[in-house]
Design a protein around this ligand. Structure first.
Ligand code: 13P
Length: 348
């Protein structure tokens, strides 16, 4: 794939009204999610659940791409169609998580660095053969007493850039995901400061490794108050400061920014995206790449039971619809109320 093909794939992923479903939970993470609904994380339960999401009627109006876990790209729907093909057959672009997880950073207690560069060239070639057109690598930055360290930000930014260059060589659009965690009692201002430092380092490294920004997407956290900070920033504050942070750090050659939800409630994640898009013309598309915020209600409605597939699909369709509307500032609380039997409790 040449640079123009990479750029057009990146643009297709952030097409108006659409965003990404992150369904690439690793085995330990999906086990945690299934535990919450009392369902064992067997290979077939994981397959059935992902099939449920991917076969939701009409989801392709709002979902441009799906990030898969390795296992899912090798699984098949009930009728034998590979799950990646189930997506591409309806015009949804399959992507793949390629990092090997965040591991303890040597000499830096409480901090992590993402592993997975060794052998990545070969894995990317295989994934492309299996139909993936984009990839994801998640770096984790933790805010705490005296952290993040410069070492943590530098190591993660460098790994993201090495990954992104390998992806482009293999013809895959890299989603660059430096996640500043919302866990902790840090202030809104501290999140802003760390997010600015992190994104500044990431774009310096991407430049250093010769990555063509037009063929990439950024998946950042929003600037929010720490989860247990007594003072919580409002939707308007989160929107304004997140956009200001991105304007200070992300070159306009990047076609799109696809936020992670990071533990925000589904409704709040939608409201934040909507508020940012209402702030007007931005140099990049502002979209979503939500995991929990797109799946939480669907997972609960499913509860691991085949009889609940239709209800779960309805819940997923509704959240996808709401986030699709938030792409252009068209989301409203009426939209939530209009969801049949699904009206989620109002968020705080
Ligand atoms: P959340 O939206 O649940 O944070 O997940 C997105 C994701 O893919 C994290 O890597």
């Amino acid at each position: 794939m040449n640079a123009a093909d990479l750029a057009s794939t990146a643009q297709a992923i952030v097409a108006p009204g659409k965003g990404i479903l992150a369904a690439d939970e690793s085995h330990p993470t999906i086990e945690k999610r299934f535990k919450g609904i009392g369902t064992p994380s067997t290979e077939d339960n994981r397959r059935a659940y992902r099939q449920l999401l991917f076969t939701t009627e009409g989801m392709e109006q709002f979902i441009s791409g799906v990030i898969l876990f390795d296992e899912t790209l090798r699984q098949q729907a009930d009728d034998g169609t590979p799950l990646g093909e189930v997506l591409s057959n309806r015009g949804v672009i399959p992507g793949i998580k390629v990092d090997k997880g965040a591991k303890a950073l040597a000499g830096h207690a409480g901090e992590k660095v993402t592993e997975g560069l060794d052998g990545l060239r070969d894995r990317l070639a295989e994934y492309r053969g299996l139909g993936a057109r984009f990839a994801k690598w998640r770096a984790v930055i933790t805010i705490g007493d005296g952290i993040p360290s410069r070492a943590c930000i530098a190591a993660n930014a460098h790994a993201l850039a090495r990954y992104a260059a390998l992806c482009q060589e293999a013809g895959l659009v890299p989603i660059v995901e430096p996640e500043v965690l919302m866990d902790g009692d840090h202030t809104f201002e501290r999140c802003e400061e760390v997010t600015v430092d992190t994104l500044t380092a990431v774009y310096a490294e991407l430049h250093g490794q010769g990555v063509a920004l037009e063929g990439t997407l950024l998946k950042p956290n929003m600037v929010v108050s720490g989860k247990t900070c007594p003072a919580q920033a409002s939707v308007a504050e989160v929107a304004a400061v997140t956009v200001r942070t991105l304007r200070r750090t992300v070159p306009s050659a990047v076609p799109g920014i696809v936020f992670l939800s990071g533990g925000q409630s589904p409704e709040l994640a939608t409201a934040h995206l909507n508020a940012m898009n209402l702030l007007g013309d931005h140099p990049w598309e502002l979209s979503f790449s939500y995991g929990r915020a797109l799946q939480e209600h669907a997972l609960k409605a499913w509860g691991g039971k085949a009889a609940n597939v239709a209800a779960a699909q309805q819940a997923f369709h509704h959240r996808a619809h709401c986030n699709g509307a938030a792409r252009s500032g068209g989301y409203s609380s009426e939209m939530e109320r209009s969801a049949p039997d699904l009206a989620p409790a109002a968020h705080g």
